[in-house]
Ligand binder design. Structure first.
Ligand code: PEP
Ligand code: MN
Length: 363
């Protein structure tokens, strides 16, 4: 079937079934020119399947750009007409769903700040009753899989057939490397809980900057995600929201070309079976554990500094015994043997003492 002969619905279904699916576009629709120019440049890459744009922007603090509103919806219609790209936007209220559908938006998503609120998700779900449009549910800003799953189930109960997940990372206080820590193990757990749902990664909101996008996107593909949603802008530095993390459509093309799409190669299909996937999951978890251990030792350094300044001993026996008891009990509940927990804690403790000792000895 030729694209030109397809209806919007057929085209959207084709995109929904494509792997990997690539969704891109600006964080926010700003002007008609910006939306259409972005869409054209994205379409020219030949690598983008759907155009995203934020119309209503839930901002953490008031007084910032909160989205252009319904006025931007005809711009998306025009962009679709010019490029053939199905459109995708975030919705958070019944009215927004209604407006989006009036202007033929093809794919809807529920944002991270909405997934946290069951009242809002339910309102959106009720507005979607009887509507045949794919809906993506972003993870809630806090690392709570029950809430994420609850969002999915509310949408499913409203009768929506095509539901997908977007992993955009979790807000974590004090984290400096990511805007929203990916906590890959949570997304992997979500994949296990809902194996039938496609899961898309959103490196833009995980990284909060341009530098990390490639690595996060590659990691997601290695973890067998079904696609990516990456923000792009014709003039990223001057974007009205999320300027630091947006890239030009041309840069996006380069990035997508550099990614190794492991699923694409047919030659080593056996390796791509269960074992390879499981090994990749193990590798990523090991990686994450190292990062966490390194963070732990940085805190040990601070403790060492404090103890030095206050003339306290490094080893505080009571405190160590408390940690041991608590962790042994916890570890057992999590299916880890006492013997292992003991060895692990000893090693961590020793490393921590060495870190503190180095600080103490430093002049
Ligand atoms: C967005 O996609 O622009 C957005 C607001 O994302 P999130 O809901 O993940 O913060
Ligand atoms: Mn954004």
């Amino acid at each position: 079937m030729k694209t030109a002969e397809m209806t919007d619905k057929e085209k959207t279904q084709q995109v929904w079934a494509k792997r990997p699916i690539v969704i891109s576009g600006p964080c926010s629709a700003e002007t008609e020119e910006q939306v259409i120019a972005t869409a054209k440049r994205l379409a020219a890459t030949g690598k983008v399947d759907a155009l995203r744009a934020g119309i209503w922007k839930p901002r953490t603090k008031p007084g910032m750009f909160e989205g252009i509103g319904a006025k931007g919806l005809p711009w998306l219609q025009a962009a679709k007409k010019a490029t053939g790209l199905p459109t995708a936007i975030e919705v958070a209220t019944a009215k927004q769903v209604e407006d989006a559908l009036t202007f033929d938006v093809d794919i809807l998503w529920i944002g991270a700040r909405t997934t946290v609120n069951p009242f809002s998700v339910q309102e959106v779900a009720d507005a979607l009753r009887g509507v045949d449009v794919p809906v993506l549910v972003k993870n809630p800003i806090n690392p709570d899989l029950e809430l994420w799953g609850g969002g999915v189930e509310r949408i499913a109960r409203a009768g929506v057939k095509d539901i997908g997940l977007i992993h955009r990372g979790f807000s974590s206080y004090g984290n400096t490397q990511f805007r929203n820590a990916p906590m890959w193990h949570l997304a992997i757990e979500m994949k296990l809980r809902y194996p039938e749902l496609p899961i898309i990664n959103d490196p833009s909101h995980i990284c909060g900057n341009r530098d990390g996008l490639f690595d996060v996107a590659q990691k997601a593909i290695d973890l067998d995600y079904d696609g990516v949603m990456i923000e792009s802008h014709i003039d990223p530095d001057n974007a009205w929201s999320d300027a630091k993390q947006q890239i030009t459509p041309e840069r996006l093309k380069e990035m997508l070309e550099a990614i190794v799409w492991r699923k694409e190669s047919k030659d080593n299909s056996q390796l791509q079976g269960g074992l390879e996937k499981l090994r990749q999951q193990i590798n990523h978890l090991d990686d994450e554990m190292l990062q966490i251990l390194s963070q732990r030792m940085k805190i040990a350094d601070k403790i060492g500094q404090y103890k030095k300044e206050n003339n306290l001993t490094i080893l505080q026996t009571n405190r160590w015994q408390e940690i041991l008891d608590k962790m042994m009990a916890k570890g057992e509940k999590l299916g880890l043997s006492k013997d292992f927990i003991m060895k692990y804690l000893d090693a961590v403790h020793l490393e921590s003492i060495n870190h503190q000792k180095n600080i103490m000895d430093a002049s």
